[in-house]
Write a protein that binds this ligand. Structure first.
Ligand SMILES: [Zn+2]
Length: 374
């Protein structure tokens, strides 16, 4: 029942109509009303044409709009609403001719629907870029105690503070995953233990990764906290290769069928890793600033390092050194639940401040004109 199949049938009634063509696809009827050919409308507006032989109706259809006209009638339907036309729909030279005023109405409706779709798509896009999932990594654990000083083992403080950060973030509706929630190592081998933390983060598609540590130093006077980000260009080519191989973007597009990293994967991952670096710096600054307020210790700032866990986590990633256990006064404070809670508060507030910026800018993908929460 396509328009093509009906052309022959209509040729018998063409003599009933006479009109002068003034523009391609446009005609003027005897009543001086301007008409536009249905094919022309379909082409111009990207609509599909269907003709129903039984009802003698022509439908012009897009994914969410439908116009129905009937030759000989002066009413039409637009999205199931009846529209009175200024003149009858005509047949001329085997083509349905539609009054121009209705065509204009149809174009307006299509534009409105397009705008609605754009709005929905933008909202969905923004929705997809909210910071939702945080991976917290309490450093060391099990057979790897980390630094030991003044009767403290680093692995215990790291876990204690991380669990408090987890609770605080969850209270704010953020999903938190932990690389460990008990005193365990992830592998007997130290290097593998660290790699597994990155693998966990990457497999869970974390939005950010925060590794939590405490410092130890042979100089007992060393004091303060610091937040690390990766050195952006250190081993960048290796990291790009690894990411492109392990998480091929083109592979995903092809349903995971890609067997090796393509140049496109590498280009995408190079850009992504540099974007993550910028986001990591921002996250580190937020945490550093909030920790400064929370614990009022010596702020050693945001520093760059090549720590494996932040180097191989494929998302914004930072490593927090909360304070020096080797510093006697700091160690005494670190033994108290109240001080650990203060540290946790600083880290959680830093993450939430970053989230606020991340959410407002869809992950920094649109210009950020104001940042009132430095
Ligand atoms: Zn450590």
């Amino acid at each position: 029942m396509s328009i093509i199949s009906t052309v022959a049938r209509w040729t018998t009634v063409l003599a009933l109509f006479a009109a002068t063509v003034v523009l391609p696809g446009t005609a003027v009827g005897q009543d001086k009303v301007k008409y536009v050919g249905a094919h022309h409308v379909a082409l111009e507006c990207g609509l599909s044409l269907f003709f129903d032989d039984l009802s003698n109706r022509l439908r012009l259809v897009s994914e969410d709009t439908e116009a129905v006209v009937t030759p000989g009638l002066d009413v039409a339907m637009l999205d199931c609403e009846i529209v009175n036309l200024q003149s009858r729909v005509m047949l001329k030279r085997g083509e349905v001719q539609i009054p121009e005023s209705f065509v204009e109405m149809l174009k307006k409706r299509l534009e409105e629907k397009r705008a609605q779709r754009r709005k929905k798509e933008e909202a969905a896009q923004a929705q997809g870029k909210k910071l939702r999932r945080v991976v917290l990594d309490p450093g060391h654990g099990g057979r790897f105690p980390g630094a030991c000083a003044n009767g403290l083992q680093e692995k215990d403080i790291n876990l204690s503070v991380s669990l408090k950060v987890k609770d605080m973030l969850e209270e704010q509706g953020v999903e938190v995953l932990m690389t460990r929630e008990r005193d365990v190592h992830l592998s007997e081998d130290h290097k593998t233990d660290l790699e597994l933390r990155c693998d966990f983060t990457n497999s869970k598609k974390a939005d950010i990764f925060v590794s939590i540590h405490a410092n130890g130093c042979t100089n007992p006077a060393a004091t303060g906290f610091e937040v690390y980000v990766v050195r952006p260009h250190r081993e960048l080519n290796d990291r790009v290769e690894k990411a492109a191989r392990e998480a091929p973007v083109t592979g995903e597009e092809l349903g995971g069928r890609a067997k090796r990293a393509t140049e496109i994967d590498k280009i995408v991952w190079r850009a992504l890793l540099m974007a993550y670096f910028e986001q990591s710096k921002c996250l580190a600054e937020k945490i550093s600033g909030k920790l400064d307020t929370a614990i009022a210790d010596n702020n050693r700032g945001v520093l760059e390092s090549n720590f494996r866990v932040i180097r191989n986590s494929r998302c914004p990633a930072v490593l927090v050194e909360m304070g020096f256990m080797s510093h006697r006064a700091t160690a005494a404070k670190l033994k108290t639940d109240a001080y650990r809670r203060k540290i946790a508060r600083g880290i959680a507030e830093g993450i939430l401040a970053f989230k606020k910026k991340y959410d407002a800018t869809c992950g920094f993908t649109k210009p950020d004109n104001e940042d009132g929460d430095k």
